[in-house]
Design a protein around this ligand. Structure first.
Ligand code: SAM
Length: 222
């Protein structure tokens, strides 16, 4: 069956190319203590995020959706001790699990988790005149994607990179009649990206541990 083969290939790539240390493994396995078990990115996707940060030279990262801090650890390690990650999470329960994972990974000093609705937290960052972020990972509630993109544009400068997760949704993304708010959130944000002259983007489908889904990768050109 093709899904088994996808999983086997992911396992092979992860075995060959990635070192997931105890802290990352523990963060992944702590998912059951959160409100959304198994919702973290796959290991090879976490490493993709880290590499995109490194390739683009990002030092300041903004994340929408912390969960147990699995992707947050990849991002924090990518920016190093002189960088910073601000991660926005709705649920205190998840933030508490994430804080323990970040401490175990040795990146607590590099990460701030802001608990509350991400749209509100982002608005506060804008009002406070936060220094621009170089890299944004949008992975919270999908209906809010358009709002999170708008906030990201207020919080970044030209040259920044924005990644949005889960843009395929098992293929549902192509359905213009979809009544699923998550699908509509993806379709609206893609249309917003397409018509924004400041943004250049592509999207990739992915298969593997996490089934069939994909990323949008956006570069802010001006
Ligand atoms: N980025 C994480 C990773 O890969 O390890 C996974 C994030 S999980 C897919 C989505 C997270 O967004 C959950 O922890 C959920 O509680 C959070 N979330 C949902 N609605 C939110 C909101 N309105 N504001 C902030 N976070 C929210």
């Amino acid at each position: 069956e093709s899904e088994d083969a996808w999983r086997d290939v992911d396992a092979y790539f992860v075995d060959m190319l990635l070192v997931e240390d105890e802290a990352l493994t523990a963060a992944r396995e702590s998912g059951h203590k959160t409100t959304m078990p198994r919702a973290e990115v796959a290991p090879n996707q976490g490493k993709l995020l880290a590499m995109l940060c490194q390739i683009s030279g990002a030092a300041r990262v903004l994340e929408f959706g912390t969960l147990a801090g699995y992707s947050t650890i990849w991002l924090a390690r990518a920016v190093g001790e002189h960088g910073h990650v601000t991660s926005l999470e709705l649920e205190e329960q998840n933030a508490a699990v994430a804080r323990a994972n970040l401490a175990r990974a040795g990146v607590s000093d590099v990460v701030d988790i802001i608990v509350g609705p991400a749209a509100q937290s982002a608005r506060r960052l804008i009002e406070q005149g936060a220094q621009p972020f170089d890299f944004v990972f949008i992975d919270a509630d999908k209906p809010s994607n358009p709002e999170y993109l708008r906030a990201s544009l207020a919080l970044t400068a030209p040259g920044s990179v924005i990644v949005i997760d889960n843009v395929v949704r098992n293929g549902a993304v192509t359905d213009p009649e979809s009544t699923d708010d998550r699908v509509r959130g993806v379709r609206t944000v893609l249309a917003d990206i397409a018509r924004d002259p400041r943004l250049d983007a592509t999207a990739l489908q992915t298969v593997g541990f996490k089934g069939w889904d994909g990323f949008t990768i956006i570069r802010r050109t001006r």
